[in-house]
Write a protein that binds this ligand. Structure first.
Ligand code: 2AM
Length: 170
């Protein structure tokens, strides 16, 4: 299985992300838009691993908010993302996820945590200023749980599916 751990957008948050993605495309940005059903905020990327790791997902003991910020681009990874405002709670949740994996001997990508939600892969911009010209709303959602995702390469592209939740740990 190809696994990663992340946050699942609520229906409302997903809708706002889809609207932002549509605005970016309307502004002339080309590339491969993610299907809104695939939107997620990665906390830790595991990659190939033979077992379900739901048991190691930390519970969210105190729900907290995350809020969108300005869209941006990771040049190296070739992704255009919706920014997510950094916060103490979010950073410590990502750290807790990674620590739990370490303790369980499960390897994960140790790139510094930079909260974002990918909207378009391999973006091509009509001009450098296009991103700052997009009006975006600082929409929020409440984080109540952490999700285990599987990533499957299907004929139509990658499909990310929630296969475990922190609330479901036995
Ligand atoms: P991103 O959109 O949050 O950057 C599943 O592969 C997801 O895990 C990708 O969409 C990517 O999400 C994230 N990811 C983080 N590190 C990764 C890595 N080293 N290789 C592949 N995906 C990674």
């Amino acid at each position: 299985m190809r696994l990663f751990i992340g946050l699942e957008p609520t229906a409302e948050f997903r809708q706002s992300l889809a609207e932002l993605q549509a605005q970016l495309l309307r502004a002339g940005i080309q590339g491969r838009p993610l299907a809104p059903s695939n939107f997620h905020l990665t906390l830790a990327f595991i990659g190939q691993w033979p077992e379900d790791v739901t048991a190691f997902l930390p519970a969210v003991s105190r729900p907290f908010s995350i809020t969108l910020s300005q869209p941006g681009i990771f040049q190296e990874a070739k992704v255009l993302y919706a920014g997510v405002q950094p916060s103490e709670e979010l950073a410590s949740l990502a750290e807790q996820v990674r620590r739990n994996l370490d303790h369980a001997g499960i390897p994960c990508d140790r790139q510094p945590f930079c909260p974002h939600i990918t909207l378009i892969r391999k973006p091509l911009l009509p001009c450098a200023s296009v991103l700052t010209s997009i009006p975006f709303s600082p929409v929020s959602m409440t984080v109540r749980e952490v999700c285990l995702y599987s990533s499957v390469h299907e004929r139509t592209g990658m499909v990310y599916t929630v296969i475990g939740r922190s609330g479901e740990r036995g």
